[in-house]
Design a protein around this ligand. Structure first.
Ligand code: SAM
Length: 237
């Protein structure tokens, strides 16, 4: 999967992409991540200006359309062979959840536009953006952290990236439920015992216990997910 990130702060990504699973995906050739500084597309060769005052007198600055259009056209040419999807990380976008992640996984190539300041000129969204994605109902200072969140959520699902050790299939939300509780050694920690069924070696009983726990936890912690899960089970029948 190809990711092109358009940002004013490429160095923010260095630490996050240089370790662990994203690094592994890149090293295995399963993900390619390219960072592009929006300032490199400024017409202002001297100051590299990319922002200006918004019309209407609002406080703050807005990313100008021309450098963004150039950066996006450039990215589209680079990704031409893979019909890229352009995503603007925005608090106004569809809320990121596992369904959105799964739907984006079908794209071979994503161009991620990270806003800053008051955001981007609306004409860029109207002309160039395919989807707007929000990571939650709160406002961050820029789209860089949301882009990292989205890439992490996607990369771990690319076949071949996760080994058995950190498989996604038993994670929360994979099958619409939260995950069952997990335990490791020692068997007794501060007086608390690992549930005996997990030590029984009886695989069918263990699976049953895990399913019951996942259902209980989802019902308790996320009644909204539980309602969705049960209604999808009814409509499956
Ligand atoms: N004025 C914009 C608004 O009210 O919709 C918010 C601008 S915000 C301060 C600056 C940038 O941060 C946005 O352009 C966007 O790229 C990013 N951003 C902020 N919150 C976000 C969120 N919840 N999800 C995704 N991106 C976000």
């Amino acid at each position: 999967m190809l990711f092109d990130i358009l940002t004013l702060f490429p160095s923010m990504f260095e630490g996050v992409f240089s370790d662990s699973i994203i690094r592994r995906a890149v090293d295995k050739g399963l993900a390619t991540i390219e960072l592009h500084n929006i300032r490199d597309y400024s017409d202002d060769l001297r100051h590299k200006t990319v922002d200006d005052y918004p019309y209407g007198g609002d406080a703050g600055m807005l990313l100008k359309p021309e450098p963004l259009a150039k950066a996006l056209n450039d990215a589209k040419v680079r990704h031409k062979a893979h019909s890229p999807c352009v995503i603007y990380l925005s608090p106004q976008g569809e809320l990121l959840n596992q369904d959105v992640v799964n739907s984006l996984l079908e794209c071979q190539s994503l161009i991620l536009l990270c806003g800053r300041y008051k955001g981007v000129d609306q004409r860029i969204i109207d002309r160039y953006v395919d989807r707007e994605v929000s990571i939650g109902d709160f406002v961050l200072s820029g789209g860089e952290l949301p882009a990292m969140v989205l890439i992490d959520a996607l990369v771990r699902l690319i076949p071949g990236v996760l080994g058995n050790r950190d498989s996604a299939e038993t994670d929360s939300l994979y099958n619409g439920l939260l995950s069952h509780p997990e335990y490791t050694r020692p068997e007794v920690f501060e007086g608390m015992q690992v549930p005996p069924v997990l030590l029984s070696g009886h695989h069918a009983n263990i699976r049953l216990w895990q399913k019951e726990q996942a259902e209980r936890i989802t019902k308790e912690k996320r009644p909204d997910l539980w309602a969705r899960y049960t209604s999808s089970k009814v409509s499956d029948k």
